[in-house]
Design a binder for this molecule. Structure first.
Ligand SMILES: C[S@@+](CC[C@H](N)C(=O)[O-])C[C@H]1O[C@@H](n2cnc3c(N)ncnc32)[C@H](O)[C@@H]1O
Length: 267
């Protein structure tokens, strides 16, 4: 199973490549320092955790993820890179017992949108932060502002309308609305909450065939295709191929996206 914006990406070459433009922006916003102790929430296979560890050479980085296979991969990468100040825990960040007041900075790249109880989860993260601690996370803006999501949804829905494309499960757009997020983070003990618009495209692959294979691996896509009869599924895949072809440029398939970088300080 692969990334769907709600699933853990186990193929880091694909997912890290998809988000390479976003990653640069997030790194700048995180501003990890030499002595920082960094907590990476929903770290997946750990690219952002390893990056933080490389900068926080006199500090540390801990990545947590609810997916055991993702954490296994993250550990393998850290071992193969010889990083000594990075660890990974297989844990649900919502209620994991983190050491209290341990971290200077909590970061996340699209790993905080899936909590059952976001106030409880962010309060738990807040307790793990030092009094002057910061939170910096990247989340998706609303579905309709994300061309990748709209294109996939439209291709899958086709003439059957939105019902056929309705995907169940965690909502990758759950932190898209600034007033709602301010309420959640405020209730969890954060203040000075800011939102920065990140307008960068996602990368789906060097050509249309690779992009189609990547997008078919998203859970939101594969679940819908499974529900359709074979003829309808073939048509939906054809529409998806066309939609991706429309985004092919000299350096591959890039589709527009909108994210927020949300920052907050402990209250
Ligand atoms: C879209 S992926 C992002 C992964 C990673 N941050 C990256 O950018 O490569 C979302 C991740 O959040 C993790 N996740 C979802 N709910 C979680 C929870 N309650 N606690 C910890 N991790 C969670 C998923 O397993 C998944 O790996």
């Amino acid at each position: 199973m692969r990334h769907s914006a709600s699933e853990h990406p186990l193929d880091p070459s694909g997912y890290d490549a998809e988000l390479r433009r976003h990653d640069q922006v997030l790194r700048r916003a995180c501003g990890v320092r030499l002595h920082d102790h960094v907590l990476d929430i929903g770290c997946g296979t750990g690219q952002t955790t390893r990056q933080a560890a490389r900068t926080a050479q006199a500090g540390s980085a801990l990545g947590v993820d609810i997916s055991a296979p993702a954490i296994e991969r993250a550990r393998e990468f850290a071992r193969s890179e010889g990083l000594r100040n990075v660890t990974f825990d297989h844990a649900d960040a919502q209620d994991h017992r983190f050491p209290q007041a341990r971290f200077d900075l909590a970061i996340s790249r699209f790993g905080t949108m899936f909590f059952d109880d976001p106030v409880a989860a962010f309060a738990n993260i807040r307790r793990a932060l030092r009094p002057a601690g910061r939170l910096v996370m990247m989340v998706w803006q609303p579905h309709e502002r994300n061309e990748w999501a709209v294109a996939i949804h439209r291709s899958l829905a086709g003439s059957k309308g939105p019902v056929a494309a309705a995907s169940a499960g965690p909502d990758p757009f759950s932190l898209a609305d600034p007033p709602a997020v301010k309420e959640i983070l405020g209730a969890a003990g954060f203040a000075d909450i800011t939102f920065t618009d990140v307008h960068e495209p996602v990368y789906y692959g060097p050509d249309v065939a690779a992009a189609l294979e990547w997008v078919r691996g998203f859970t939101c896509t594969s679940e819908v295709l499974k529900r359709l009869d074979p003829t309808a599924a073939a048509r939906a895949v054809g529409r998806l191929r066309e939609a991706l072809a429309a985004h092919l440029s000299d350096d591959g398939v890039w589709v527009d996206s909108r994210a927020w970088i949300i920052t907050a300080r402990c209250h």
